[in-house]
Design a protein around this ligand. Structure first.
Ligand code: BEZ
Length: 269
């Protein structure tokens, strides 16, 4: 029996693909995403001259940070809005519109890096097999992603709000949040040796995000909110904030998202 988040992911491939990003708003209000990715960048420890692929590079901050450490980096993202924004910000970088399920490079890379992106890619076996094909012998895959239990409060508040407002919708979520065992098994199945697999709660302050949980849903869940009649969305999100506030607002009044992460290093042997 698959766990609930994974069942959603399997059903929801088309919902994930429907997500359209507001890349400028993302940079303005969600800069904590690349900022918190520095921990996994340190784990990657890119070396001068290494070839690195940044999978799901978003608007490019960590791709630029990898380049600053002297590596030859290619950033890819499947969102045209994000790639356009990344190219505007970092015109000197090699940034490509591409799908992680079907990577295709002329030359292999020494490492694949990914921060906060893999959970958006809803056919995990295809993605891992695809990553494997671009890595040479000894290549490493270093990544952080949402894990089982990620955003459970945010998601629960949305479902509870829909129920309270009598909205007759079966909200499909576009994400894949595996357990450590599940992710390790998938990695091993395509030929990786798992060197590190961390499963950690990482409560994440939404410091610049306007309107708390509602703002989070507007940024990250447009494809979910599209399943709700448009004229009910404001009311739904106001109710989400009311329901989520006791769990997700800390003593100083800051909204804190209930993120749970998998951080892993896997090698080709
Ligand atoms: C995350 O980084 O865990 C995440 C971000 C947006 C939507 C879902 C999960």
């Amino acid at each position: 029996m698959l766990d609930a988040p994974f069942r959603h992911a399997r059903r929801a491939a088309s919902v994930a693909e429907m997500t359209t990003w507001d890349a400028a708003a993302y940079d303005a209000s969600f800069s904590f995403v690349p900022a918190l990715g520095v921990a996994v960048l340190d784990l990657l420890d890119p070396r001068p001259g290494e070839r690195v692929l940044d999978l799901g590079c978003g608007s490019g901050d960590l791709t630029a940070a990898i380049a600053e450490r002297g590596a030859d980096v290619i950033g890819i993202d499947s969102s045209p809005e994000m790639i356009e924004r990344a190219r505007e910000r970092f015109p000197h970088l090699d940034l490509r519109l591409a799908d992680g399920h079907e990577l295709d490079l002329d030359e292999s890379v020494d490492a694949v890096f990914s921060n906060a992106a893999l959970h958006w890619m809803t056919d995990p076996d295809a993605v891992l097999a695809s990553v494997r094909t671009v890595l040479g012998d000894g290549g490493r895959f270093v990544a952080e992603m949402g894990a089982a239990g990620n955003v459970a409060q945010l998601t629960g508040a949305l479902r509870a709000a829909a129920f309270r407002l009598d909205l007759d919708v079966d909200l499909e979520l576009p994400w894949y949040f595996p357990t450590p065992a599940e992710q390790a098994r998938r990695l091993e199945q395509v030929g990786f040796v798992v060197r590190l697999m961390e499963y950690v709660d990482r409560p994440t302050p939404l410091v610049d995000c306007p309107d708390g949980a509602a703002g989070w849903w507007r940024m990250f869940g447009p494809s979910v909110l599209e399943q709700v009649p448009a004229h009910r969305v404001d009311e739904l999100l106001a109710t989400v904030n009311e329901i989520a506030r006791p769990q997700l607002v800390d003593a100083s009044g800051v909204w804190v998202a209930d993120y749970v992460r998998l951080r892993f290093v896997a090698e080709v042997r």
